[in-house]
Ligand binder design. Structure first.
Ligand code: MLT
Length: 389
């Protein structure tokens, strides 16, 4: 047999696994020290009441012969696809149910969707960006090229007519920089993709953090986007489902073959999200659910404000945190990203994510998340003040 040697071209371990290992080693060697984790974007608030009630009810149903469910539809139950459809209507996007595919999260789908594309496609990825886009394409041996995101272009690279790509990733609001494309900018990407016959893979996992109504939450708010874009979203950050696992992917019918192939792929390789989880996810889109998750999102946004305010006081250059849970900062004293990581861990036991893990343009930058508890975020910022003011 021959193994997939493309794996040899990857970094030795996934960014967040490397961070976790370093932190665990530090904790083992420094047992008395309280570590505050503002690294991986994992939520800390519990699931909201509407979700818990719906899941309890679903558990009871599973214990009764008449309402017990076995295999469900691989692409999700109608009740949840209908709820997602209703949610898109609130930002004036009309979807059909069979364009909506329920999944166990955006990370898996962003990787799995590549099953539909040939190995010789060229992939255009912003740099810096969520490392899964690059890693999953390296695993398949695809050629990856980069669109530079930097302070000069507001971390929002725009299409370049000289560049030819087949698959284009866009993450807006962006992980890790927090930058958000406006409608005019996204339209340029849509026009470009249509012109060069490329597909856009649009990651909307952080759309719920957008608080400016004029900014697009979905790429389908842009005219003709259904002809060239697949959208991924997740309840992980929206409703605290990082451990519960549920997301959705939109493959428009305009992308005729891709819609059919994705259904074929999912029915073959995926058995769907558990009924109990889908009932919980449905409740996110209820009136009560929307009110409750909004409170949680606002809680994280308050944390982001506090981080941003503290960095300002410490004279540390940063962006993000406004329409995103991430704050992207320039490492002080020209430290590299990993030097700054070690410096914070050693001196104040605050964990963040080294910017270089998101791409070469991330070198010298660092990401903090607002998903911590209010108490821990406050304490972390007090430690920052002591160290940098
Ligand atoms: C992150 O910290 O970038 C995210 O939590 C990773 C993810 O969503 O998989």
């Amino acid at each position: 047999m021959n193994i997939n040697e493309n794996y040899l071209n990857l970094e030795q371990s996934y960014l967040f696994s490397t961070v976790a290992k370093k932190v665990n080693d530090f904790a083992k060697n420094n047992p008395g020290k309280k570590i505050i984790r503002l690294g991986i974007g994992d939520v800390t608030l519990p699931l909201c009441k509407a979700v818990i009630e719906a899941m309890h009810k679903a558990v009871d149903e599973m214990g009764v012969q008449e309402t017990f469910r076995g295999y469900g539809p691989e692409q999700g139950y109608d009740f949840l696809r209908d709820a997602v459809k209703g949610y898109y209507k609130t930002h004036n996007v009309e979807l059909e149910e069979d364009e909506i595919f329920i999944s166990d999260g955006a990370k898996s789908d962003v990787g799995n969707i590549l099953d539909l594309f040939s190995k010789d496609n060229t992939v255009l990825v912003p740099d810096p960006v969520y490392p899964v886009y690059v890693d999953t394409n390296i695993m398949a041996g695809r050629k990856v090229i980069f669109a530079d995101a930097n302070a000069e272009n507001g971390f929002l690279p725009m299409p370049d007519d000289k560049v030819k790509a087949d698959i284009i990733y866009i993450c807006s609001p962006n992980n890790p920089t927090g930058a958000v494309y406006n409608k005019e900018q996204l339209k340029k990407w849509v026009d470009y993709a249509l012109k060069i016959n490329a597909i856009i893979l649009f990651d909307a996992a952080y759309e719920c953090f957008i608080s400016d109504e004029t900014l697009p939450k979905s790429i389908y708010e842009i005219e003709n986007a259904k002809k060239c874009a697949i959208e991924f979203c997740s309840l992980s950050k929206t409703a605290g489902f990082t451990g519960t696992r549920c997301g959705y992917t939109i493959v428009p019918k305009e992308l005729d073959k891709l819609n059919k192939f994705w259904l074929r792929r999912q029915t073959t390789k995926f058995n769907g999200v558990p009924y109990i989880v889908q009932r919980g996810a449905e409740a996110v889109f209820s009136k009560q659910g929307q009110n409750e998750i909004r409170e949680n999102i606002n809680y994280y946004k308050e944390n982001a404000k506090l981080i941003s305010q503290t960095l300002k006081e410490c004279d540390i250059w940063h962006v993000g945190g406004e329409h995103s849970p991430y704050i992207w900062l320039k490492c002080p004293d020209n430290m590299t990203s990993w030097e700054f990581f070690d410096y914070l861990l050693e001196n104040i036991q605050v964990v963040g994510t080294p910017g270089s893990g998101f791409g070469k343009n991330g070198e010298g930058f660092f990401r903090l998340t607002s998903f911590g508890s209010k108490e821990n975020t406050k304490e972390a910022m007090e430690r920052f003040r002591k160290l940098f003011k």
